[in-house]
Design a protein around this ligand. Structure first.
Ligand code: HEM
Length: 436
């Protein structure tokens, strides 16, 4: 739905409207209709992103107060300059949390001190090294048999549903569960079932990156507090295996030699447990959806060496699950000739940057043989670049190949229509993939 408030807005009318792409005050500009949470943008963001790149590459969005940066080279520039573009706002709630919601969080002891994505302090490199140890490429390569075993187990269940009912939702029964189960094995997470972890993780995404109404915010805050309290109890309990992720956090030392405090250890887990599964489940769903939509692709990815990996890469470029990321300026600066004040909240449009024709010719075509196939920014860049990239890529390729081999005869269910979409500030993916 197009928000009436935005309909009336003409860029350039306020203090924020300077530089290229900003309209003349009072002029009706279609970019004024942009609603980052609205159905038209979530369903088909590409025409909007094309316009942003070509007409307003640094655009102030009055509804969120964010400065949208959409050209590939500008997005890279922002991500590669962490001294000017700080990560401090990466996990802030995009929709202001009313007092009633803040009270629920405060009563539950919820806090997210700087840990990983939101940490621009000297404690970041050490914490990042700890995370990277669990997810570096060699460790992921060793985990392939585990990922395949989990994928095959889930596909058995999918097949039995298909046999008994004739259809199955691959999002719920396969794509979402696979990364959660893999993460639990790799990090040694015990004492919680995957469905609960998924519910907590999805609630956290919606509360901090969504635009829920108050009643929903309250429900979500309760789930987020449950998640946080479970993590706090697990970290405090001291019973985690020494080789588990939480065991490693307990042994971690800060640059000044102190052990990690509980709140920061919980903050690290909170981010990794969410980032490590929701995003990859979203990626797998889009990867499967687009492969099923091209009838020749499904049998080919089952057999052709390297094709599943290349297909995943093209989806990451064109339709990544993490669509945007935030930074805040440490001081006044300029991007593409547009002046940003100190404290400007910047939103890098990762999804749009993968369709920048300056970098990717014919960006709308999914082209597994593309020369610069890995030049996308789906995993960010620089100091905070996603340390889970190797795991995410591998899981998605294994999932695609296993599904294409194990379910050769499936197709999107006739009459299923367009799936409902997750449309948060930074996360976009189908919420169903019904096949028959
Ligand atoms: C398709 C799946 C994934 C996508 C698209 C994705 C994307 C991203 C992006 C865009 C960032 C911010 C980068 C920046 O600020 O420059 C990020 C950070 C991060 N991601 Fe991922 N991610 C995915 C999967 C994973 C997985 C599987 C894990 C862990 C197992 C993970 C862990 C992290 C962590 C810990 C950070 C913060 C790193 C830091 O601040 O140093 N992500 N990810």
């Amino acid at each position: 739905m197009i928000s009436p408030a935005l309909d009336a807005w003409a860029p350039g009318g306020g203090a924020a409207g300077h530089g290229p792409g900003h309209g003349i005050p009072g002029t009706r500009d279609p970019l004024g209709l942009l609603d980052l949470f609205g159905d038209p943008f979530v369903r088909d963001p590409y025409p909007w992103l094309d316009r942003l790149r070509s007409e307003a590459p640094v655009h102030h969005d009055p509804a969120t107060g964010l400065w949208l940066v959409s050209r590939h080279q500008d997005v890279r520039h922002v991500l590669l300059d962490p001294d000017v573009f700080l990560p401090d706002n990466a996990q802030h709630s995009v929709t202001p949390l009313p007092v009633a919601v803040l009270r629920v969080l405060a009563r539950g002891g919820f806090a997210l001190p700087p840990a990983l994505a939101n940490n621009g302090t000297p404690t970041h490199p050490g914490l990042r090294r700890l995370v990277t140890r669990f997810f570096h490429a060699n460790r992921v390569a060793d985990a392939v048999p585990v990922i395949e075993r989990i994928a095959d187990g889930l596909l058995d269940e999918v097949r039995s549903q298909l046999d008994s009912t004739g259809h199955c939702d691959l999002f719920t029964w396969f794509a979402q569960l696979l990364p959660c189960k893999v993460l639990m094995e790799l990090l040694g997470i015990r004492g919680v079932d995957p469905a609960t972890l998924i519910r907590w993780s999805d609630a956290s995404l919606e509360l901090f990156w969504g635009r829920p109404p108050l009643a929903r915010q309250l429900e979500l805050a309760k789930l987020v507090v449950e998640f946080h309290q479970w993590l706090t109890d697990t970290v405090r309990g001291g019973t985690a295996a020494p080789d588990s992720f939480i065991g490693a956090l307990a042994r971690h030392r800060l640059p000044d030699g102190r052990p990690l405090d509980v709140a920061t250890a919980v903050g690290v887990c909170f981010f990794v447990f969410i980032a490590g599964q929701s995003t990859t489940g979203q990626l797998i769903t889009t990867v499967l959806r687009r492969a099923l939509a091209e009838s020749a692709m499904w049998p080919r990815v089952a057999g052709e060496a390297g094709l599943a990996e290349a297909w995943v890469e093209e989806i990451l470029r064109r339709e990544p699950p993490v669509t945007t990321w935030r930074r805040v300026t440490a001081r006044a600066t300029e991007v593409s000739g547009v002046r940003l004040p100190a404290g400007a909240q910047v939103l890098v449009m990762l999804l749009g940057s993968g369709s920048d024709p300056e970098v990717f010719p014919s960006p709308e075509r999914l082209c597994p043989r593309r020369e610069n196939i890995r030049h996308h920014l789906a995993f960010g860049a620089g100091r905070h670049r996603c340390p889970g990239a190797s795991l995410a890529r591998t899981e998605a390729a294994v999932a695609l190949r296993a599904a294409a081999r194990g379910l050769p005869g499936i197709r999107p269910a006739v009459g299923a229509g367009e799936p409902p979409m997750l449309g948060l500030l930074s996360f976009r993916a189908p919420l169903a993939l019904v096949v028959e």
